[in-house]
Design a protein around this ligand. Structure first.
Ligand code: AP5
Length: 256
């Protein structure tokens, strides 16, 4: 077990921003992508996998929600690209590939991080996966694996409806499946938990349809390039984590 998630300022602020606690270089910095439908548990697992591997959790959803919250507080105005992205997210639609790639490109410093990372929410389409491969190849780096969390669609509606998140540290809970120690309060920082606007039933329906439309070519790409790891995501968060670690261990037994 390695130390927990670093500050992620470079991811949340973009451009020339540095993380406040510079990451410690790891012998094997894992570069991973986490895939799966909305509600499969990507955020839940990303938090746990990042702690386990010492890699940084880079979530495109968290990034857009953090920027939207800052602009609502009147702290930082949203850029044109971010406005477009946040509006699509609220409707449950995918952000366009061009806009999403622009947002990630503004954070390209993170791609070279010597601590490694776990992408959660990017790439979400085949076009985005090709661009990520191209960026990494140019940097002389490669993705270790794309971990796909597989789960029956019927479980997703319940998971999304019962989800509560911490607006400060982004930790994810479920009112019955993964509750905080004190109801409605984040275990990590005592903030009041909230429900995401895109967990409304009509947005959930759109998100699941969007996922179905975009996932096939993406999964095929990682399968054909020998990087896809399929993991059954039905079980407790701890059980699913063990399956992910097991799958990674089979890939690189000496480093997990
Ligand atoms: P994003 O924030 O990435 O949302 P998502 O992919 O829809 O996934 P979710 O965050 O809803 O689910 P999750 O798999 O992380 O599940 P969680 O761990 O929370 O993106 C939001 C939106 O932004 C997208 O819809 C899109 O519009 C846009 N976007 C983002 N990236 C984009 C891109 N690259 N291109 C285009 N558009 C993009 O778990 C769900 C619930 O289940 C929680 O309550 C949790 O506690 C519970 N739970 C989890 N695991 C378990 C378990 N094992 N047992 C019981 N309960 C569990």
């Amino acid at each position: 077990m390695t130390s927990s998630n670093p500050g992620r300022e470079a991811w949340f602020e973009g451009g020339d921003a540095h993380c406040e606690n510079p990451p410690r270089a790891l012998e094997h910095p894992w570069r991973l992508v986490l895939l799966g439908p909305p509600g499969a548990g990507k955020g839940t697992q990303a938090e746990r996998i990042s702690k386990k591997l010492g890699a940084c959790h880079l979530s495109t959803g968290d990034l857009m929600r953090a920027c939207a919250a800052k602009s609502k507080d009147g702290c930082v105005p949203l850029s044109g690209a971010m406005q477009e992205a946040v509006a699509a997210m609220r409707r449950g639609e995918l952000v366009s590939d061009e806009t999403m790639c622009r947002l990630v490109a503004e954070r390209s410093r993170c791609l070279a991080c010597s601590r490694g990372y776990l992408f959660d929410g990017f790439p979400r389409t085949y076009a985005q996966a090709l661009i990520l491969d191209e960026w990494l190849t140019r940097m002389g780096l490669q993705l270790d694996a794309a971990v796909n969390l597989e789960i029956d669609q019927r479980l997703l509606i319940d998971r999304l409806g019962g989800r509560r998140v911490c607006p400060k540290c982004k930790a994810t809970y479920h009112v019955t499946g993964n509750p905080p120690k004190v109801e409605g309060i984040c275990d990590h920082d005592g903030e009041a938990l909230i429900q995401r606007p895109d967990d409304r039933p009509e947005a959930v329906k759109t998100r699941l349809e969007e996922y179905d439309r975009s996932c096939e070519p993406l999964l095929r790409h990682y399968e054909e390039t020998g990087r896809l790891l399929r993991v059954d995501a039905d079980g407790t968060p701890e059980e699913v984590l063990l399956r992910v670690v097991d799958a990674l261990q089979q890939r690189a037994p000496q480093v997990v």
